[in-house]
Design a protein around this ligand. Structure first.
Ligand SMILES: Cc1ncc(COP(=O)(O)O)c(C=O)c1O
Length: 342
């Protein structure tokens, strides 16, 4: 059913289209914990082949795929390195510590990028018995809290070399990696240098649920055990996998529209005096701050009265996200709502 509210809170709010629902209805199913759901198997092989990885694992969420990856890469008492803005650090319920007993060391810029120098600076000396051992580097492309930043393949490869020079593994939180790809001439196969990759089907791609963890056969067979331990083994999940297959086959290229619309919104916000900061827009996320004399709750309530929802990232930054359920009428409601706020 079409959403009458202009819901810019997240690209996770999308509803399955009629065609996606039909694909789900028609799915062949089995019991995936017992290993015989053909549609799940098909989704896992489509995604892993797409990224040039040996194997894939269908999981309920991107939080779970990240958490499983960290659990397979690291042992308790070890450390991982990531941006202070990363999802695993801010939005996974302390799961890195709780699930895996792993410490986090952070570095990088205000846009969610991390650089080779950060890795060299943050890595712990192996011979020092006082130090937790560094084991893993995690990057997020695009960076959500960075403002949808696209990290770009050259930087991702430089960070890889830095990580490898210290014997560290390399994980990509690619929840919105397709938003980065459609902006450039990157293809999924270009990302095969990662040890593990998480991609989300339930964000811009429009599926109601699901993420995939990709890696080597050995990595994924360990990940499967951890998925069970974390309570993520699913049974007739072929119905959900069918939505994922539909999303990968139909909804990648159209992400360009979401990215372009976010730029249009950026240009509009740029002209409003009460908006004091906007992070550069590189994909489908617009992060902005309003004048400190104004109240973000007032803006939320004002927009809500106009049928528009946005979200706060923290006390300062507010977020607008574009996605496939946003229509031109929603954009007009947003612009109208903003123009009558002061
Ligand atoms: C960058 C990033 N990684 C991981 C996740 C987690 O995905 P999920 O909501 O499916 O757990 C999100 C969710 O918004 C995200 O933005």
């Amino acid at each position: 059913m079409e959403n009458t509210i202009a819901d810019f809170r997240s690209d996770t709010v999308t509803r399955p289209t009629k065609k996606m629902l039909e694909a789900m209805f028609q799915a062949s199913i089995g019991d995936d914990v017992l290993g015989d759901d053909p549609t799940v198997k098909k989704l896992e092989s489509i995604a892993s082949e797409m990224f040039g990885m040996e194997a894939g694992l269908f999981c309920p969420s991107g939080t779970m795929t990240n958490q499983i990856a960290i659990n397979v890469h690291c042992r308790p008492g070890e450390e991982l390195i990531c941006s202070p803005l990363s999802h695993i650090y801010n939005y996974e319920g302390g799961g890195v510590a709780f699930n895996s007993g792993v410490q986090i060391r952070t570095g990088g810029d205000a846009f969610g990028r991390i650089f080779p120098d950060d890795i060299h600076r943050l890595v712990q000396p192996e011979i020092d018995v006082h130090a937790a051992q560094s084991r893993l580097v995690v990057v997020e492309n695009t960076s959500n809290k960075g403002g949808g930043t696209c990290l770009g393949l050259p930087l991702l490869k430089e960070v890889e070399s830095a990580a490898r020079s210290h014997g560290l593994s390399y994980h990509l939180d690619g929840a919105r990696v397709f938003n980065a790809m459609v902006n450039s001439d990157e293809s999924p196969l270009d990302y095969s240098f990662f040890d593990s990759i998480s991609i989300c089907l339930s964000k811009g791609l429009g599926a109601p649920i699901g993420s995939l963890l990709l890696g080597s056969k050995n990595f994924i067979s360990q990940a499967k055990r951890i998925r069970k331990r974390f309570g993520g083994g699913m049974r007739q999940s072929g119905y959900l996998a069918a939505a994922g297959i539909y999303a990968l086959e139909n909804n990648i290229q159209r992400l360009v529209e979401d990215n372009n619309l976010a730029k249009k919104i950026y240009n509009h916000l740029n002209q409003l005096e009460f908006i004091t900061h906007i992070k550069p827009v590189e994909s489908n996320i617009v992060l902005f701050k309003i004048n400190s004399s104004l109240n973000t709750t007032d803006l939320h309530n004002h927009l809500l009265r106009k049928g528009v929802q946005v979200i706060s990232m923290d006390k300062e930054w507010m977020r607008i996200v574009t996605h496939l359920d946003i229509t031109k009428y929603h954009v007009q409601s947003l612009f109208d709502g903003l123009s009558t706020f002061s």
